[in-house]
Ligand binder design. Sequence first.
Ligand SMILES: C[S@@+](CC[C@H](N)C(=O)[O-])C[C@H]1O[C@@H](n2cnc3c(N)ncnc32)[C@H](O)[C@@H]1O
Length: 260
Amino acid sequence: MIPADGSQPSAARIYACLLGSKDTHRADREAAETLVSAFPSVRDSCRANRGFLLRAVRDLAAAGITQFLDLGSGLPVHPNVHDLARETHPDARVVYVDNDPAVVSHSQAVVDGGGVVTVSGDLRDPEAVLGNADVRATLDFTRPLGVLAVGVLHFIPGDVHAVIATLRDALAPGSCLAATHACSDTMSEQELDLGKAVYAQTANPVHPRTRTEIHDLFDGFDILPPGIVFPADWRPAPDIELYPETAHEILAGVGRLPAR
Ligand SMILES: C[S@@+](CC[C@H](N)C(=O)[O-])C[C@H]1O[C@@H](n2cnc3c(N)ncnc32)[C@H](O)[C@@H]1O
């Protein structure tokens, strides 16, 4: 069962419920339903976000990426990042990073082993994530890496661009960043206020950013086609269309680090 800490709802548990995970507690489902009743499009938004994540991982694996650093990985929901990566590279290595202790312990129990590792880490301290012994033991930073920052950066207040820059500077050329972010330009004022108000009651207040600010997350990367778009518009692929929902609250993109 998905762990509950009995207090505030968390982004991770609400998200797992909205993805349709059956393995949830009643309290989580109630929190998710409360969120949906206040902000009906949040379910589609989360599902479209997950669909992008899976397609991006599959495409990066097809492009030769064999190792992934998944930041703000959330609770395991099949198929996971390692499932998709291993369809192409059976030995793909994946590190899941999250700052929610309940997520970390559950993920360690459910997915860890054989080149898949879950570590506790906070994206607000990217140096610590990069210096984590398990991260270093699992991933080879001299080779291209797929860095996934999907559905998490809007939970980081302040200078999120500095966080990404720190990660980028640790990567080998050919590494890729796949990211999504809640966008204040594509939501109505009412949606923005509702979304912020609802997440303010969780452990993870949300900080939507403008289209330009989201574009700037990819500073130093070559943005791959089709660009920074709504998640459902990023390389739709019927064969893994597990989450076909469209949503306008989030933008998604993938960038590739050129040779220096
Ligand atoms: C909405 S879930 C996204 C899960 C997954 N990345 C996906 O897109 O399917 C967001 C996750 O980010 C985690 N998170 C929030 N703030 C974080 C931070 N500062 N450092 C690491 N993880 C964080 C939450 O605990 C949660 O598990």
